[in-house]
Design a protein around this ligand. Structure first.
Ligand code: C5P
Length: 222
């Protein structure tokens, strides 16, 4: 085993998509695989952190040494995150659905021949990253992701300010990043913007975990 600079630290990680129910058998979702978030959780655990991974529905195996809390909807993800506090750091890698259906139908919606399709009214979901960033129990380091298809870095800089988080990991998802094995990211902090090379998601995770360890003061050995 290597050095464990995050020993004694608790880190909260969100990962995967959320599923927003339409009726008992249908939902709204997105293409997030959870690969990057799960890799980050595993990399933090490998550095000795106690990790709570709040994950939407994914097919990724549970990372070794991590406590996994499985949820489906954004509202469930927020509740699980708040229940996991306090934490020294929070990494919000989940692709949370921006909108849920305004009402979940109690019974399966029926297709009636000759009738118009049912309207889908949407409601805004809570923003978990923004909520954690302004929380009374705010983790000392809050990191968000920005998945963009254009103006990646300017959008990420604006997002960092708007969300109130410390760092944004910005990635261009116009190619094969979502569900893919590699990621090309920019790390946006108060100090500026770092362009990282295109790397396997596991390596992005290891680098990010190392940066988290650097940012959190080492705990005094007892
Ligand atoms: O606003 P946008 O979805 O582009 O921001 C992305 C970042 O915010 C990601 O870190 C994501 O996990 C987080 N987020 C969240 N809750 C939401 C929407 C986004 O935590 N409802």
């Amino acid at each position: 085993a290597g050095p464990r600079p995050l020993a004694g630290r608790h880190v909260l990680v969100t990962s995967g998509p959320t599923h927003e129910p339409i009726d008992p058998v249908r939902y709204i979702a997105n293409r997030s695989s959870g690969k990057q978030g799960h890799a980050i959780a595993g990399a933090l655990a490998a550095l000795g952190a106690r990790v709570t991974l709040v994950s939407g529905p994914v097919t990724q195996p549970d990372p070794v040494g991590v406590t996994v809390v499985r949820i489906e909807s954004a509202r469930e993800m927020l509740a699980a995150c708040e229940a996991a506090l306090p934490a020294d750091a929070a990494i919000c890698a989940a692709a949370v659905a921006d909108w849920r259906t305004a009402r979940e139908a109690g019974q399966k919606l029926k297709k009636i021949p000759g009738e118009a399709p049912p309207p889908l009214e949407l409601a805004l979901n809570p923003d978990i990253l923004a909520t954690l960033s302004t929380h009374a129990m705010r983790p000392g380091l809050v990191v968000g992701f920005a998945a963009e298809t254009e103006n990646v870095v300017p959008n990420a800089i604006a997002k960092r300010a708007r969300k109130g988080c410390d760092w944004i990991v910005a990635n261009d998802v116009s190619g094969d990043v979502m569900g893919g094995a590699e990621n090309a990211v920019h790390l946006v902090t108060a100090a500026g913007v770092e362009d990282w090379p295109r790397l396997p998601k596991e390596e992005v995770a290891r680098r990010l975990a190392a940066r988290v360890a650097e940012a959190l003061e080492p705990l005094a050995a007892t």
